[in-house]
Design a binder for this molecule. Structure first.
Ligand SMILES: Cc1cc2nc3c(=O)[nH]c(=O)nc-3n(C[C@H](O)[C@H](O)[C@H](O)COP(=O)(O)OP(=O)(O)OC[C@H]3O[C@@H](n4cnc5c(N)ncnc54)[C@H](O)[C@@H]3O)c2cc1C
Length: 377
């Protein structure tokens, strides 16, 4: 049974699918979105909501910085439940070697006009008195933001709906491409453009897309207003994010407007179980206590897990999928999809509508990684 025809059909109502729906709908295209669960219930529900400019590669920098600026522009329109705060990030250096990294990062941001300030040990202690003594300094990046990811996804989807987008929740998509999106119960949506924004599950619908699930955990504490003021991340976080094989944890904490503190982060490959893994959770918390001992006295109210969608070259897949002219990808955002959702949507829609993207799109094109099955046309 076929439903109406649309300009665009999107699989996935995570933050990336929601941002794409919003962008397409606001630019006047008719949009249908299907998700087998609820809005923002996948990785988006486990996301920490740190909107961060990163410097791993020029391509990662370009997309994160562009997206962060889009979030900045959207700030005044975000409803209160998105809890958007410009708290800034402090990258914490535990020793001289990490302090050297702080200086490199500072130079990199400085050359690209991102405000950043090197902090010595005393200033770090003054800004964040609950960090343990003995840390050598850090880098303050004041324009980084925090948001509540599922609420942000809901806001974007509702805005898309106000512009006419149709949302089908609890619909599992079994086929996406060749101008249609087919659901388990036989419903079919026809569309000129089909966007696979199924996050860590994208390769189930588009064989040949190389996405690995990378599990992550998040712990949420009770309310302790004023205990922390910035998103605090250890420099070693980058080593953890870079590790492509082993399980890893890193100190990464965030103060919410409610006074709650989000504690991350962990990374695991090969963990398929959706539930919370108490062993890695214990490692993650232990790491956090090493930096902020007072966290150990706090009561935690909740722990969550989710799957990041990891690509081999650590960049997302945004654009046409070779072999099917109706099919586009918006996935593979690993640990940065909350940040880069807005930039992803912009450059995807620019590609489709023929408007000039504000950043170069080539590093993210899926053709760089396509292993199209022989039978695909
Ligand atoms: C612990 C943790 C912390 C993180 N912290 C941050 C952070 O601080 N900052 C940041 O920028 N990023 C962070 N991330 C990464 C971020 O959460 C993800 O990159 C982002 O949520 C990806 O969004 P998405 O819409 O692509 O995927 P998802 O949110 O997973 O959405 C995909 C949707 O597709 C649906 N779907 C899948 N298959 C089908 C199907 N066959 N039919 C119908 N629907 C389907 C799912 O139900 C789901 O709703 C974190 C991730 C984790 C796990």
């Amino acid at each position: 049974m076929s439903l109406a025809a649309y300009d665009v059909a999107i699989v996935g109502a995570g933050i990336v699918g929601a941002a794409c729906a919003d962008e397409f709908a606001r630019r006047g295209l008719s949009v249908a979105v299907a998700d087998r669960d609820q809005i923002g219930s996948g990785a988006t529900s486990a996301g920490m909501g740190h909107v961060v400019t990163m410097d791993d590669s020029e391509a990662q920098f370009a997309l994160t910085r562009y997206s962060q600026q889009l979030w900045q522009k959207l700030r005044d329109e975000l409803p209160a439940d998105v809890e958007c705060e410009q708290c800034g990030t402090i990258w914490v250096a535990a020793d001289e070697e990490e302090m050297e990294e702080v200086r490199c990062k500072h130079d990199y941001y400085g050359e690209r006009e991102v405000p950043a300030e090197v902090l010595d040990a005393q200033t770090l202690q003054r800004l964040e008195p609950n960090l343990r003594a003995g840390l050598v300094g850090g880098l303050l990046v004041p324009q980084d933001l925090i948001i509540n990811p599922p609420c942000a996804a809901r806001f974007l989807m509702e805005r898309a709906q106000k512009h006419g987008a149709k949302l089908h929740l609890d619909y599992s998509v079994v086929q996406a491409g060749q101008g249609r999106m087919q659901m388990t119960d036989g419903f079919e949506i026809r569309a000129k453009i089909v966007v696979n924004a199924a996050g860590a599950y994208a390769s189930e619908l588009t064989p040949g897309v190389e996405i690995k699930k990378r599990k992550g955990h998040l712990v949420i504490t009770d309310r302790y207003p004023g205990f922390l003021r910035h998103q605090l991340v250890e420099l070693g976080y980058l080593k953890s994010a870079h590790s492509i094989s082993s399980d890893s944890v890193a100190f990464n904490v965030q103060p919410r407007r409610t006074g709650q503190i989000l504690i991350g982060s962990s990374r695991q490959y090969g963990a398929e179980h959706r539930g919370v893994d108490s062993e890695i959770l214990a490692h993650m918390l232990q790491r956090a206590y090493e930096y902020v001992p007072g966290l150990a006295r706090m009561s935690t109210v909740h722990a969550r897990a989710g799957f990041r969608a990891a690509t081999p070259d650590k960049l997302p897949l945004i654009g046409p999928w070779p072999g099917d002219e109706s099919l586009f990808l918006a996935t593979g955002h690993e640990g940065l999809g909350i940040t880069t959702s807005l930039g992803t949507a912009r450059i995807l829609v620019d590609q489709i509508m023929g408007t000039k993207p504000e950043i170069a799109i080539e590093p993210y094109l899926p053709s760089r990684a396509a292993k199209v099955p022989a039978h695909a046309e």
